[in-house]
Each structure stands twice: as C-alpha cells, then as structure tokens.
Design a protein around this ligand. Structure first.
Ligand code: NI
Length: 155
C-alpha cells in the first residue's frame, strides 16, 4: 500500500450534507473511505472505456426450457476469444437457471460478449459487472477455460 496523503476540498455546504447523508446510508464511517471508493469506481470506468485488459462477471438468468437456448449459450461461450475463467451454474427452480461467468479480456470484447449472451432468446435478465485490480492486468493469451459443463440435467 502506498503512502497516504491528505488534501483539502472546497465544496458547497449543502452538497456536502447530501453526500454525508448518502454515505451514512451506505454504512461508511468516514468521508475519506467513501471518496476513495468513488475515485476507484471512476478509475474502473476509465479502464473499461480505454479498452485495457480487464476482468468482470456476467450474470444471466434464463428459462432452460427455451428451444435452442442451451446450444446458443454454449456456442457463444466457445466462440468467445477472451478468457472464461470460471462458470457457476445454479438450477434456481423448475424452469430457471442462474449462471455467473468470470471473464477476462479487453473491455470492449467483454461488453460485446455480455450483450450477446443477454440478447439470446430465453435469457430473462443479464448484467455485466466491470471491475479491476487498479493495476494493469497481464494479458493471458486467449486460451479457453474448460471447467464448464456443456450439458446439465434438470429435475
Ligand atoms: Ni440449470
């Protein structure tokens, strides 16, 4: 961890009051940590926008009874030129599956991949969470994790 520095900020009293109310609701005990988190969040957004190597998770919920859906999702995952680190699959109930994919690659590639998965017919909801370590993530030449099952059975 690098050295901590202090700096002064000029801000309208009313804006600061609003900020304090918001961060209290979120459970922050001090402004410094809240401001650090805001800055880090901004850095994540910048990293993704600048198309650097990065990491994220894609969460999708789908009805596995939908015709061709499993084949379509599997096909997309095999065609993906980034890196799928891990896939978590949960049979939520009789019809619905929840899948979380941990992905690594260039920001735009990951966004494109998430859009493709979410737009498959039968996928009810999906979301890409962009994150970062804050340091440059080393590129892992496009190999493909094969931990995921291609077929699964449902009760
Ligand atoms: Ni399932």
């Amino acid at each position: 961890m690098s050295e901590l520095v202090r700096f002064g900020v000029s801000i309208e009293a009313e804006l600061l009051k609003q900020f304090d109310r918001e961060i209290e609701k979120k459970g922050y005990t001090n402004r410094s940590e809240a401001i650090r988190d805001l800055i880090r969040d901004q850095i994540v957004t910048q990293e993704w926008a600048s198309d650097q190597e990065t990491v994220g998770t894609i969460t999708i919920v789908y009805d596995h009874h939908t015709r061709d859906l499993s084949a379509n999702l599997t096909h997309l995952q095999h065609s993906f030129s980034g890196d799928i680190k891990s896939v978590l699959h949960i049979h939520l109930d009789h019809t619905n599956c929840l899948e979380v994919l941990v992905v690594q690659g260039k920001g735009k590639l990951l966004q494109e991949f998430a859009d493709q998965l979410v737009s498959v017919r039968g996928v009810k909801h999906g979301k890409l969470t962009m994150t970062t370590t804050g340091d440059a993530i080393p590129t892992k030449g496009g190999h493909h994790a094969h931990g995921q099952k291609h077929e699964h059975t449902h009760k």
